[in-house]
Design a protein around this ligand. Structure first.
Ligand SMILES: Nc1ncnc2c1ncn2[C@@H]1O[C@H](COP(=O)(O)OP(=O)(O)O)[C@@H](O)[C@H]1O
Ligand SMILES: O=c1ccn([C@@H]2O[C@H](COP(=O)(O)O)[C@@H](O)[C@H]2O)c(=O)[nH]1
Length: 210
């Protein structure tokens, strides 16, 4: 029988910083535990009422792009050990897909996203706050590769979006949230020492569960 509220680990950082890699490294360290990922990206606002050309103009790196109220509602349900219907985001179509995913509650929740530390309501629900800190040049190189291979973009579109939006928004909204982090992880998923420290802390909290 479960007595304690689930543990929430927030993993923030710029696009391409290695948030997903760090989160995966935590997930794979606890194969026998009940652990899940919750991505702020799944809660990008639905834009199906806008034509595709209009969706291309959206600023996806601004807090207004997300339905954070819905994320908080879902997180609170998961914290009460209730399941939720997660939206599924389609990066190629730039809108919510028709699918939903049923997410069962778990003992450990990894909450991941570029702007999760920018919202005090989310910060207040986290037990451990992590910021993955990777230089701009490394992040743009990773993003070019990923967005062309996985998100249906061209080189020119990635460069244009990066210079016009992603970079200025990072410095205005994302980088300043580093000050809220308990742990700053340089260089993402390959930082084994930082990941071990985070995993040890999670084990300690799990060990203290009644
Ligand atoms: N330490 C690393 N060294 C090399 N490549 C990495 C490293 N961490 C992540 N990557 C690669 O960079 C890309 C972005 O990493 P990801 O973890 O998805 O970042 P984010 O979730 O912050 O956008 C992925 O293609 C991933 O394979
Ligand atoms: O329709 C969309 C939605 C998001 N983006 C970009 O995605 C990144 C955040 O994802 P990461 O996995 O953290 O890189 C954000 O910087 C948005 O610019 C998009 O291009 N289109």
């Amino acid at each position: 029988m479960v007595h304690h509220k689930p543990i929430v680990i927030g993993v923030a950082g710029g696009s391409g910083s290695g948030k997903t890699s760090v989160s995966q490294a935590i997930l794979s360290h606890f194969p026998n535990h009940s652990i899940m990922m919750l991505e702020h990206d799944s809660y990008y606002k639905d834009q199906s009422d806008l034509p595709f050309e209009e969706r291309l103009k959206t600023n996806y790196d601004h807090p207004f792009a997300f339905d954070t109220d819905l994320l908080i509602d879902h997180l609170n349900k998961l914290l009460r050990y209730e399941s939720v219907s997660k939206p599924v985001y389609d990066y190629v179509a730039h809108t919510r897909s028709c699918d939903i995913e049923i997410q069962e509650p778990k003992e450990v929740i990894i909450l991941e996203g570029i702007l999760i530390l920018a919202d005090k309501r989310l910060r207040d629900l986290m037990d451990i706050k992590v910021f993955v800190d990777t230089d701009d040049d490394i992040r743009i190189i990773r993003r070019i590769k990923r967005d062309i291979e996985e998100r249906g973009r061209t080189l020119d579109s990635v460069i244009d979006q990066y210079l016009r939006i992603v970079k200025p928004m990072y410095h205005q909204f994302i980088e300043p949230t580093k000050r809220y982090a308990d742990v700053v992880v340089p260089e993402g998923g390959k930082n084994h020492v930082a990941i071990d420290l985070i995993n040890t802390k999670i084990s300690t909290i799990l060990g203290n569960f009644p």
